[in-house]
Ligand binder design. Structure first.
Ligand code: UD1
Length: 338
Protein backbone atom coordinates (compact mmCIF):
# COMPACT_ATOMS: atom_id res chain seq x y z
CA UNK A 1 0.00 0.00 0.00
CA UNK A 2 1.22 3.43 -0.92
CA UNK A 3 0.71 6.36 1.43
CA UNK A 4 -0.04 9.86 0.18
CA UNK A 5 1.48 12.61 2.30
CA UNK A 6 0.06 15.97 1.29
CA UNK A 7 2.34 18.83 2.25
CA UNK A 8 5.08 16.23 2.61
CA UNK A 9 7.84 18.77 2.01
CA UNK A 10 6.66 20.98 4.86
CA UNK A 11 7.92 21.02 8.43
CA UNK A 12 5.88 18.24 10.04
CA UNK A 13 5.22 16.52 6.71
CA UNK A 14 8.90 15.99 5.85
CA UNK A 15 9.70 14.53 9.27
CA UNK A 16 6.71 12.21 8.91
CA UNK A 17 7.84 11.02 5.47
CA UNK A 18 11.18 10.07 7.05
CA UNK A 19 9.49 8.04 9.78
CA UNK A 20 7.13 6.37 7.27
CA UNK A 21 10.05 5.34 5.09
CA UNK A 22 11.99 4.13 8.13
CA UNK A 23 9.02 1.85 8.83
CA UNK A 24 9.02 0.50 5.28
CA UNK A 25 6.06 2.43 3.82
CA UNK A 26 6.03 3.52 0.18
CA UNK A 27 5.36 7.23 0.11
CA UNK A 28 4.15 9.64 -2.53
CA UNK A 29 4.31 13.32 -1.62
CA UNK A 30 1.92 15.90 -3.08
CA UNK A 31 3.09 19.45 -2.41
CA UNK A 32 2.66 22.73 -4.31
CA UNK A 33 5.91 24.20 -2.92
CA UNK A 34 3.98 27.29 -1.80
CA UNK A 35 5.50 27.12 1.67
CA UNK A 36 8.28 24.58 1.18
CA UNK A 37 11.36 23.91 -0.90
CA UNK A 38 12.14 21.16 -3.39
CA UNK A 39 15.51 20.73 -1.63
CA UNK A 40 13.66 19.06 1.23
CA UNK A 41 13.41 15.98 -1.01
CA UNK A 42 17.20 15.70 -0.90
CA UNK A 43 17.17 16.09 2.88
CA UNK A 44 14.67 13.23 3.22
CA UNK A 45 16.70 11.10 0.80
CA UNK A 46 19.92 11.79 2.70
CA UNK A 47 18.34 10.50 5.92
CA UNK A 48 16.45 7.46 4.63
CA UNK A 49 18.53 6.50 1.61
CA UNK A 50 15.33 6.43 -0.45
CA UNK A 51 13.88 9.22 -2.54
CA UNK A 52 10.11 9.39 -2.07
CA UNK A 53 7.89 9.83 -5.11
CA UNK A 54 6.94 13.46 -5.57
CA UNK A 55 4.11 15.21 -7.44
CA UNK A 56 4.01 18.98 -7.56
CA UNK A 57 0.28 19.60 -7.40
CA UNK A 58 -1.98 22.42 -6.33
CA UNK A 59 -4.60 20.40 -4.49
CA UNK A 60 -7.13 23.22 -4.86
CA UNK A 61 -7.43 22.01 -8.44
CA UNK A 62 -10.12 19.33 -8.15
CA UNK A 63 -9.24 17.81 -11.53
CA UNK A 64 -5.58 17.51 -10.47
CA UNK A 65 -6.66 15.66 -7.32
CA UNK A 66 -8.83 13.30 -9.38
CA UNK A 67 -6.00 12.69 -11.84
CA UNK A 68 -3.59 12.05 -8.98
CA UNK A 69 -5.82 9.28 -7.57
CA UNK A 70 -6.25 7.74 -11.04
CA UNK A 71 -2.49 7.62 -11.48
CA UNK A 72 -1.79 6.37 -7.94
CA UNK A 73 -4.76 4.04 -7.61
CA UNK A 74 -3.07 1.98 -4.89
CA UNK A 75 -3.16 4.93 -2.44
CA UNK A 76 -5.68 4.20 0.27
CA UNK A 77 -3.88 5.88 3.15
CA UNK A 78 -3.53 9.65 3.34
CA UNK A 79 -1.73 11.81 5.88
CA UNK A 80 -2.98 15.30 5.19
CA UNK A 81 -0.67 18.18 6.13
CA UNK A 82 -1.16 20.53 3.18
CA UNK A 83 -2.79 23.61 4.71
CA UNK A 84 -2.19 27.24 5.54
CA UNK A 85 -1.36 27.96 9.17
CA UNK A 86 -0.73 31.66 9.81
CA UNK A 87 -3.37 32.91 12.21
CA UNK A 88 -3.00 36.61 11.31
CA UNK A 89 -3.06 35.96 7.58
CA UNK A 90 -6.25 33.94 8.00
CA UNK A 91 -7.96 36.97 9.55
CA UNK A 92 -6.88 39.16 6.59
CA UNK A 93 -7.72 36.61 3.93
CA UNK A 94 -10.29 34.14 5.25
CA UNK A 95 -11.35 32.74 1.90
CA UNK A 96 -7.78 31.70 1.13
CA UNK A 97 -7.91 29.63 4.32
CA UNK A 98 -11.33 28.15 3.61
CA UNK A 99 -10.24 27.24 0.09
CA UNK A 100 -6.86 25.76 1.10
CA UNK A 101 -7.88 24.04 4.28
CA UNK A 102 -11.50 23.06 3.60
CA UNK A 103 -11.78 22.87 -0.21
CA UNK A 104 -8.75 20.60 -0.48
CA UNK A 105 -9.96 18.38 2.37
CA UNK A 106 -13.28 17.85 0.57
CA UNK A 107 -11.56 16.89 -2.70
CA UNK A 108 -9.33 14.36 -0.95
CA UNK A 109 -12.25 12.77 0.91
CA UNK A 110 -14.27 12.63 -2.32
CA UNK A 111 -11.57 10.46 -3.86
CA UNK A 112 -11.05 8.32 -0.76
CA UNK A 113 -14.75 7.58 -0.37
CA UNK A 114 -14.68 5.80 -3.75
CA UNK A 115 -12.61 3.08 -2.09
CA UNK A 116 -14.09 0.23 -0.10
CA UNK A 117 -11.78 1.04 2.79
CA UNK A 118 -9.34 3.85 3.39
CA UNK A 119 -7.33 5.57 6.12
CA UNK A 120 -7.05 9.26 6.78
CA UNK A 121 -4.87 11.09 9.30
CA UNK A 122 -5.75 14.74 9.87
CA UNK A 123 -3.53 17.52 11.24
CA UNK A 124 -5.69 19.21 13.79
CA UNK A 125 -4.60 21.55 16.54
CA UNK A 126 -5.01 22.21 20.25
CA UNK A 127 -6.33 25.56 19.08
CA UNK A 128 -9.77 23.86 18.92
CA UNK A 129 -9.89 23.98 22.75
CA UNK A 130 -9.33 27.75 22.93
CA UNK A 131 -8.41 28.64 26.51
CA UNK A 132 -9.45 25.38 28.15
CA UNK A 133 -10.78 25.61 31.69
CA UNK A 134 -8.77 22.70 33.06
CA UNK A 135 -5.12 21.79 32.64
CA UNK A 136 -3.88 19.41 31.38
CA UNK A 137 -6.28 19.31 28.43
CA UNK A 138 -8.09 16.05 27.76
CA UNK A 139 -9.63 15.13 24.41
CA UNK A 140 -13.13 15.57 25.81
CA UNK A 141 -12.53 19.19 26.83
CA UNK A 142 -15.12 21.27 24.98
CA UNK A 143 -14.26 22.69 21.58
CA UNK A 144 -14.69 26.46 21.83
CA UNK A 145 -15.66 29.03 19.25
CA UNK A 146 -12.63 29.60 17.03
CA UNK A 147 -10.74 32.87 17.40
CA UNK A 148 -9.62 32.97 13.76
CA UNK A 149 -10.56 31.55 10.36
CA UNK A 150 -7.44 29.34 10.66
CA UNK A 151 -8.73 27.84 13.91
CA UNK A 152 -12.18 27.51 12.40
CA UNK A 153 -10.83 25.47 9.48
CA UNK A 154 -9.45 22.93 11.96
CA UNK A 155 -12.83 22.64 13.72
CA UNK A 156 -14.82 22.46 10.50
CA UNK A 157 -12.27 20.03 9.06
CA UNK A 158 -12.79 17.68 12.01
CA UNK A 159 -16.58 17.85 11.53
CA UNK A 160 -16.38 17.20 7.80
CA UNK A 161 -14.27 14.11 8.48
CA UNK A 162 -16.67 12.83 11.15
CA UNK A 163 -19.71 13.30 8.91
CA UNK A 164 -18.01 11.62 5.96
CA UNK A 165 -16.40 8.72 7.81
CA UNK A 166 -19.78 7.86 9.32
CA UNK A 167 -21.26 6.96 5.92
CA UNK A 168 -18.22 5.77 3.90
CA UNK A 169 -15.33 3.33 4.16
CA UNK A 170 -13.08 6.08 5.47
CA UNK A 171 -11.48 5.52 8.88
CA UNK A 172 -9.84 8.56 10.39
CA UNK A 173 -7.69 9.77 13.22
CA UNK A 174 -7.68 13.44 14.17
CA UNK A 175 -4.39 14.48 15.75
CA UNK A 176 -4.55 17.64 17.83
CA UNK A 177 -1.01 18.97 17.99
CA UNK A 178 0.26 21.19 20.76
CA UNK A 179 3.35 23.26 19.75
CA UNK A 180 5.59 21.41 17.28
CA UNK A 181 9.27 22.47 17.45
CA UNK A 182 12.75 21.15 16.71
CA UNK A 183 14.34 19.49 13.72
CA UNK A 184 15.73 16.13 12.65
CA UNK A 185 18.88 15.28 14.65
CA UNK A 186 20.81 14.91 11.38
CA UNK A 187 20.05 18.56 10.48
CA UNK A 188 19.07 17.39 6.99
CA UNK A 189 15.52 18.69 7.48
CA UNK A 190 13.89 21.25 9.78
CA UNK A 191 11.55 24.22 9.81
CA UNK A 192 11.82 26.74 6.95
CA UNK A 193 9.65 29.73 7.81
CA UNK A 194 9.04 32.15 4.96
CA UNK A 195 9.61 35.79 5.96
CA UNK A 196 9.49 36.84 9.59
CA UNK A 197 8.65 33.82 11.79
CA UNK A 198 5.44 34.11 13.80
CA UNK A 199 6.25 31.18 16.07
CA UNK A 200 8.51 31.34 19.10
CA UNK A 201 11.26 28.81 18.39
CA UNK A 202 12.19 29.87 14.83
CA UNK A 203 12.19 33.47 16.05
CA UNK A 204 14.58 32.49 18.83
CA UNK A 205 17.00 30.65 16.51
CA UNK A 206 16.91 33.45 13.92
CA UNK A 207 17.67 35.99 16.66
CA UNK A 208 20.55 33.90 17.98
CA UNK A 209 22.06 33.56 14.49
CA UNK A 210 21.84 37.33 13.95
CA UNK A 211 19.02 37.44 11.42
CA UNK A 212 16.67 39.24 13.84
CA UNK A 213 17.84 41.87 16.23
CA UNK A 214 15.64 41.11 19.16
CA UNK A 215 13.03 38.63 20.30
CA UNK A 216 9.84 40.18 21.69
CA UNK A 217 8.33 38.27 24.58
CA UNK A 218 4.63 38.90 24.31
CA UNK A 219 3.57 39.79 27.85
CA UNK A 220 4.83 38.92 31.34
CA UNK A 221 1.64 39.75 33.21
CA UNK A 222 -0.21 36.47 32.62
CA UNK A 223 -1.41 34.53 35.66
CA UNK A 224 1.46 32.01 35.45
CA UNK A 225 4.47 31.53 37.78
CA UNK A 226 6.80 33.82 35.78
CA UNK A 227 4.06 35.82 34.03
CA UNK A 228 4.74 34.49 30.52
CA UNK A 229 2.47 32.13 28.60
CA UNK A 230 2.75 28.39 28.96
CA UNK A 231 2.71 25.92 26.06
CA UNK A 232 3.44 22.25 25.47
CA UNK A 233 6.40 22.11 23.07
CA UNK A 234 6.51 18.77 21.30
CA UNK A 235 9.55 17.61 19.32
CA UNK A 236 8.66 17.28 15.62
CA UNK A 237 10.31 13.84 15.42
CA UNK A 238 8.09 12.53 18.22
CA UNK A 239 5.12 14.10 16.47
CA UNK A 240 6.09 12.48 13.16
CA UNK A 241 6.29 9.06 14.82
CA UNK A 242 2.78 9.52 16.21
CA UNK A 243 1.48 9.78 12.64
CA UNK A 244 3.01 6.45 11.72
CA UNK A 245 1.58 4.86 14.86
CA UNK A 246 -1.86 6.30 14.05
CA UNK A 247 -1.73 5.09 10.45
CA UNK A 248 -0.74 1.58 11.52
CA UNK A 249 -3.57 1.57 14.04
CA UNK A 250 -6.06 2.14 11.22
CA UNK A 251 -4.45 -0.30 8.80
CA UNK A 252 -4.32 -2.99 11.48
CA UNK A 253 -7.95 -2.21 12.37
CA UNK A 254 -7.17 -1.52 15.98
CA UNK A 255 -9.31 1.63 16.00
CA UNK A 256 -12.36 1.48 18.24
CA UNK A 257 -14.35 4.09 16.32
CA UNK A 258 -14.50 5.29 12.71
CA UNK A 259 -13.02 8.57 13.89
CA UNK A 260 -10.72 8.81 16.86
CA UNK A 261 -9.06 11.86 18.31
CA UNK A 262 -5.76 12.17 20.17
CA UNK A 263 -3.87 15.04 21.75
CA UNK A 264 -0.20 15.07 20.82
CA UNK A 265 1.99 16.80 23.35
CA UNK A 266 4.54 16.02 26.02
CA UNK A 267 2.17 16.70 28.88
CA UNK A 268 4.56 19.29 30.25
CA UNK A 269 3.97 23.02 30.07
CA UNK A 270 6.88 25.45 29.65
CA UNK A 271 6.76 29.23 29.86
CA UNK A 272 8.27 31.50 27.22
CA UNK A 273 11.05 32.44 29.67
CA UNK A 274 11.77 28.77 30.35
CA UNK A 275 12.10 28.18 26.61
CA UNK A 276 14.51 31.11 26.35
CA UNK A 277 16.58 29.89 29.31
CA UNK A 278 16.74 26.35 27.95
CA UNK A 279 17.79 27.68 24.56
CA UNK A 280 20.57 29.74 26.13
CA UNK A 281 21.77 26.68 28.03
CA UNK A 282 21.88 24.31 25.05
CA UNK A 283 23.29 26.83 22.57
CA UNK A 284 25.67 28.66 24.89
CA UNK A 285 24.32 31.89 23.35
CA UNK A 286 22.85 34.84 25.20
CA UNK A 287 19.57 35.83 23.62
CA UNK A 288 18.65 39.46 23.08
CA UNK A 289 15.03 39.70 24.18
CA UNK A 290 12.62 42.24 25.54
CA UNK A 291 9.26 42.01 27.28
CA UNK A 292 6.60 43.76 25.23
CA UNK A 293 2.79 43.92 25.28
CA UNK A 294 0.67 40.84 24.99
CA UNK A 295 -0.08 39.56 21.48
CA UNK A 296 -3.78 39.70 20.61
CA UNK A 297 -5.42 36.30 20.66
CA UNK A 298 -2.81 34.49 22.80
CA UNK A 299 -4.15 32.20 25.47
CA UNK A 300 -2.53 31.93 28.91
CA UNK A 301 -1.70 28.26 28.94
CA UNK A 302 -2.18 25.00 27.09
CA UNK A 303 -0.64 21.61 27.75
CA UNK A 304 -1.85 18.16 26.92
CA UNK A 305 -3.22 15.37 29.00
CA UNK A 306 -1.29 12.59 27.25
CA UNK A 307 -2.99 9.60 28.84
CA UNK A 308 -5.19 8.74 25.86
CA UNK A 309 -2.30 8.98 23.41
CA UNK A 310 -0.12 6.90 25.76
CA UNK A 311 -2.65 4.23 26.71
CA UNK A 312 -4.88 3.91 23.65
CA UNK A 313 -2.68 4.98 20.75
CA UNK A 314 0.45 3.55 22.37
CA UNK A 315 2.60 6.58 21.64
CA UNK A 316 4.60 8.72 24.01
CA UNK A 317 6.86 11.71 23.47
CA UNK A 318 10.43 10.59 24.10
CA UNK A 319 12.40 13.76 23.48
CA UNK A 320 12.57 16.74 25.80
CA UNK A 321 12.59 20.49 25.29
CA UNK A 322 16.40 20.70 25.34
CA UNK A 323 16.62 18.05 22.57
CA UNK A 324 14.12 20.04 20.52
CA UNK A 325 15.91 23.35 21.01
CA UNK A 326 19.39 21.99 20.36
CA UNK A 327 18.20 20.31 17.14
CA UNK A 328 16.47 23.54 16.04
CA UNK A 329 19.69 25.43 16.73
CA UNK A 330 21.83 22.92 14.84
CA UNK A 331 19.43 23.23 11.89
CA UNK A 332 19.49 27.05 11.95
CA UNK A 333 23.30 27.03 11.90
CA UNK A 334 23.33 24.54 9.04
CA UNK A 335 20.98 26.53 6.78
CA UNK A 336 22.90 29.78 7.44
CA UNK A 337 26.25 28.02 6.79
CA UNK A 338 27.52 28.92 10.25
C1 UD1 B 1 0.29 29.57 17.13
C2 UD1 B 1 -1.13 29.88 16.79
C3 UD1 B 1 -1.90 28.59 16.78
C4 UD1 B 1 -1.32 27.68 15.72
C5 UD1 B 1 0.16 27.50 15.93
C6 UD1 B 1 0.71 26.87 14.66
C7 UD1 B 1 -1.58 32.17 17.56
C8 UD1 B 1 -2.25 33.01 18.58
N1 UD1 B 1 -1.68 30.85 17.74
O1 UD1 B 1 0.31 28.94 18.44
O2 UD1 B 1 -3.26 28.82 16.51
O3 UD1 B 1 -1.95 26.43 15.77
O4 UD1 B 1 0.83 28.74 16.14
O5 UD1 B 1 2.08 26.74 14.69
O6 UD1 B 1 -0.96 32.66 16.62
N2 UD1 B 1 5.88 34.26 21.56
C9 UD1 B 1 6.67 35.33 21.94
N3 UD1 B 1 7.39 35.98 20.97
C10 UD1 B 1 7.38 35.60 19.67
C11 UD1 B 1 6.56 34.50 19.27
C12 UD1 B 1 5.82 33.87 20.26
O7 UD1 B 1 6.72 35.70 23.11
O8 UD1 B 1 8.03 36.23 18.84
C13 UD1 B 1 5.12 33.52 22.60
C14 UD1 B 1 3.62 33.56 22.39
O9 UD1 B 1 3.04 34.64 23.05
C15 UD1 B 1 3.21 32.22 22.99
C16 UD1 B 1 4.42 31.31 22.77
O10 UD1 B 1 5.52 32.19 22.53
O11 UD1 B 1 3.03 32.35 24.36
C17 UD1 B 1 4.26 30.39 21.60
O12 UD1 B 1 3.87 31.14 20.47
P1 UD1 B 1 3.75 30.48 19.01
O13 UD1 B 1 4.99 29.73 18.71
O14 UD1 B 1 3.35 31.55 18.06
O15 UD1 B 1 2.60 29.39 19.16
P2 UD1 B 1 1.08 29.57 19.64
O16 UD1 B 1 0.70 30.98 19.79
O17 UD1 B 1 0.91 28.70 20.83
Amino acid sequence: MKILVTGGLGFIGSHTVVELQNEGFDVVIADDLSNSSINVLDGITAITGKKPEFEQIDLRDKKAVQDFFKKHDNVSGVIHFAASKAVGESVENPLLYYENNIGVLVYLLQELQKKEESYFIFSSSCTVYGQAEKMPITEDAPVQAAMSPYGNTKQIGEEIIRDTAGVTGINAILLRYFNPVGAHASAHIGELPIGVPQNLVPFITQTAIGLREQLSVFGDDYPTPDGTCIRDYIHVVDLAKAHVTALKRLIEKKNKEKVEVFNLGTGKGNSVLEVINTFEKVSGKKLNYKIVDRRAGDITEAYADTRKANDVLGWKAELALDDALSSAWKWEQKIRNK
